[in-house]
Design a protein around this ligand. Sequence first.
Ligand code: UT7
Length: 349
Amino acid sequence: MPSKNPSPPAPAAVLCGLAGWVPPGVVTNDDLAVRLDTDDLWIRTRTGIRRRHVADAGQATSDLAVEAGRRALRSSGDETADSVIVTTTTPDRPCPATAPVVATRLGLAGAAAFDVGAVCTGFVYGLATAAGLIAAGVARRVLLIGADTYSTVVDPLDRTSAILFGDGAGAVVLRAGDADEPGAVGHFDLGSDGAHEDLITVAAGGSRQRSAGFEPTRAERHFAMRGKEVYRHAVTRMAASARTTLGRAGWKTDDVDHFVPHQANLRILHSVADDLGLPRERCVAHLDAVGNTGAASIPLALADAVAERRIRPGDRLLLTAFGGGLTWGSCLTTWPGLAEAPQPKRTTA
Ligand code: UT7
């Protein structure tokens, strides 16, 4: 009996474009110390952050996403995409999603376009979603943008969160390709634990608060975080997720050239690296210049490290994120060559 031809393997999602963009406005630690009971030394030593960028009044998440998305498409050498995913915690509005308007402004009207919400883990969830679309044959080229304007939800008078967050956007392009090509993303680990939904919240604006039938208070309209508890979860969840991913791929810690974590707090990143037995020099950290930019933080950190030629084609990367939900996730890739490298500047190119 003639044997059936084995079906070809599903296409892999291969990174082929990358860019980051942050708005020009800068808020330094000293600027914050003018209005908050804090100081530069405390912020630097407890978080590693020196300054952050903030959007202008009237500038929304889609505006940042368009800037990063346009540059990422350019860096891929082909300005088309059949799917656009925006991952954000600060969408332009509760309805509609932010991705369709971003797609249209990028000249991609007609593309599939939707948002992914996984707070600061959004970029890794977005990568997995893009990989799934490509593997299923639903998409051939996906533009994935992580963008957040936390300045629109953080209480400017809350010293625990106002010091941490900045605004920004980072984007990648993924094309259909082979799993053994440089740039192929895989070995995902994704997880969540809703029992801790209260650790990171914006209470107002959703159906839970609205169905209760009363007007939100000032506190409910703002971002709230139980910092110390989040810190502890971040360290343990990120380390466990990174380990799971390495185990799935059969990689040893030593196989990782660069660990690119969600930029939550430098002490968290170093604790995770220590826990994994990774030298801290292999941990990509740029939060000194931009703070925690939510879903944008991993692609922004990547774009900076590639622009500075710290990450080079052939380098092996471990990406790990953690955020509200709680959510966490990791994946691996080998850095590819891009048609055009990201610009070394973080702001207006
Ligand atoms: O994106 C993912 C989610 N976010 C995170 O991963 C963030 C996780 N959490 C953190 O990064 C840290 O917990 C914070 C940066 C938020 C706080 O740092 P901490 O080292 O955990 O400080 P703490 O909350 O234990 O507070 C230590 C002291 C307290 O004073 P007392 O009680 O010891 O007198 C705080 O009131 O520091 C005080 N404090 C501050 N002092 C100056 C808290 N915030 C500030 C501040 N400036 N901004």
